[in-house]
Write a protein that binds this ligand. Sequence first.
Ligand SMILES: C[S@@+](CC[C@H](N)C(=O)[O-])C[C@H]1O[C@@H](n2cnc3c(N)ncnc32)[C@H](O)[C@@H]1O
Length: 259
Amino acid sequence: MADESSPAYLPGAFLLAVSAIRAVPQLTEKFRTGEGFGWHEHDAGLFRGTEMFFRPGYAANLISSWIPALDGVEEKLKAGAKVADIGCGLGASTVLMAQAYPNSTFTGFDYHDKSIEMARRRAEEGKVSERVSFEVGKAKDFPGTDYDFVTYFDCLHDMGDPVGAAAHVKESLASDGTWMIVEPFAHDRVEDNLNPIGRAFYSASTLLCTPASLSQEVGLALGAQAGERRMRDVITKGGFSHFRRATETPFNLVYEAKP
Ligand SMILES: C[S@@+](CC[C@H](N)C(=O)[O-])C[C@H]1O[C@@H](n2cnc3c(N)ncnc32)[C@H](O)[C@@H]1O
């Protein structure tokens, strides 16, 4: 539980929770007015806590099971692919992929400049900075075209306009490219999510995800427990013709979308 590389590493959950709770006075006011509260407005511990909490799950699953569950993506990454990781935060997922696929190049984008500064340090520490760049960019206007692979880790539901974000991914992908969307595990119906994991995710959603989405344009506020049916609706409205659940863990759903 104290080994940062183990899937059982837990301190990130506590830093994440304590940092989120620091915003309760402002959030209480935002709930009264209906305004949102942006990810970037939170205590700095939240960004590090999120990295510490999510990275062990990515280290345990991303390379060994999530990418192999996608149609033809692992082969492309091994041969050399152009990849964009959107809403990358401190870049845990980007750096893990870059370390696993030395022939591929990666760009991580996030609208939060302080997260991008830290992600650049992570690329240097992980000895991948020659093939990894981190840039400030929003989901609907990050640059680049002909990406072979675009990834979203636990962030599509945080965005104000996930349909607009999906449409921009479609424009940026190569015609045979793949979009992988990793989301918190959720069933479609609220009553099926009233279990210990769903309860924890609904709490995080109330403090973090829903206010973050409401702070941006459109403010669809999917929340962290959107479920597959709602995600399919968002992604097909964004113009994707292929959508499927590629795999799952008790904590995550992994979707594959293609133009
Ligand atoms: C829950 S964090 C996940 C971070 C990272 N993907 C991870 O798994 O550790 C959500 C991220 O989405 C980013 N984000 C939210 N709205 C965004 C937008 N419209 N464009 C780009 N990034 C956005 C936030 O800044 C934050 O880093």
